[in-house]
Write a protein that binds this ligand. Structure first.
Ligand code: UTP
Length: 293
């Protein structure tokens, strides 16, 4: 029987230099889109996809993320006294259950591949998911759930989230060399990290969601530094696809690059407009602002 994907890794050890000074003392994953930190969206997505264990690979700002996913008795007490029951309920319901969260520290930000490798002991020998919280996805069905369903349909293997990007932007992404393609799921035959438009084998980019077989850890362990002098996840994935089935899924949903200022602002706009409680009023504000431009 196909082994279930139960664990998700959240690499949150990057420096977030594109968001300084906001990220000087606070990890960028704590930046809020409307009223929820990016990392909370990522954990909610994982939970809604059936993930049971949550592994954070932190760097600096660890305390903030740990506190965010912990009970806050004083706050809960105050909310209770003030009769703010629905706020309190939302807060407590959003917490992963006790014992389901683990933290490990990437002592030096040596790259995403290194951050994933740091989770090796916590994941063990089973398939797992990786979610990059700064890739925020607005969708009806959680992106990770779509990917886990694809894995089940295929009878196992690795699945990465894929998205068509403008040809001139290929150098910002890992790019897929496509094999068999049914328009939704594509067989990945090769991966190239940040190719120029001339070198790019397609315009199908890898987005920050991965469902991986545990063999990736051995590949990461022995890997030398790649682009940007960092241990790149893409390099290890390129080796993994030689000995394990590998698919890219064109997921249903809109992705926002919240590691980038404009992407982050765009996400705030889209998520606020999609909200039942404030969407209508916010639309008026957006209309007023755009008329005054
Ligand atoms: P980015 O490439 O966005 O790097 O990382 P960054 O350092 O976070 O941000 P900038 O470019 O300086 O603004 C992509 C993802 O990989 C994680 C980041 O936290 C982010 O989720 N990451 C990156 C690590 O966990 N460790 C690393 O060493 C590098």
């Amino acid at each position: 029987m196909l082994q279930k994907v139960r664990k998700a890794v959240f690499p949150v050890g990057g420096l977030g230099t594109r968001f300084l000074p906001a990220t000087k003392a606070m990890p960028k994953e704590m930046l809020p889109v409307v009223d929820k930190p990016l990392i909370q969206y990522a954990v909610d997505e994982a939970r809604a996809s059936g993930i049971e264990e949550f592994i954070f690979v932190t760097g600096r700002g660890k305390v903030l993320i740990e506190d965010h996913f912990d009970r806050s008795y004083e706050l809960e007490q105050v909310l209770m006294e003030r009769g703010k029951h629905s706020v309190l309920e939302n807060l407590t319901n959003s917490l992963p259950s006790t014992g389901a969260v683990a933290y490990t520290r990437q002592q030096e930000p040596q790259g995403l591949g290194h951050a994933v490798w740091c989770a090796k002991r916590f994941v063990g020998n089973e398939p797992f998911a990786v979610i990059l919280a700064d890739d925020l996805i607005l969708s009806d069905t959680p992106c990770l759930k779509q990917m886990m369903e694809t894995r089940e349909q295929k009878g196992g293997g690795n699945v990465i989230a894929a998205m068509e990007v403008a040809h001139e932007h290929t150098s910002r992404y890992g790019i897929i060399s496509p094999g068999e393609d049914d328009g939704k799921t594509v067989e990945v035959t090769h991966l190239v990290e940040k190719p120029t438009p001339e070198e790019a084998p397609s315009n199908l980019a890898v987005i920050g969601r991965y469902v991986l077989e545990p063999e990736i850890f051995d590949l990461l362990e022995n890997q030398s530094r790649g682009a940007g002098n960092e241990i790149q996840l893409t390099d290890a994935l390129s080796k993994l696809l030689n000995n394990s089935p590998f698919y890219g899924l064109r997921f249903d949903g809109t992705r926002f690059d919240c590691g980038d200022k404009l992407g982050f602002l765009h996400a705030n706009l889209a998520f606020a407009l999609a909200r039942e409680d404030i969407g209508k009023d916010f639309k008026e504000i957006v209309r007023d602002v755009s008329q005054s431009l």
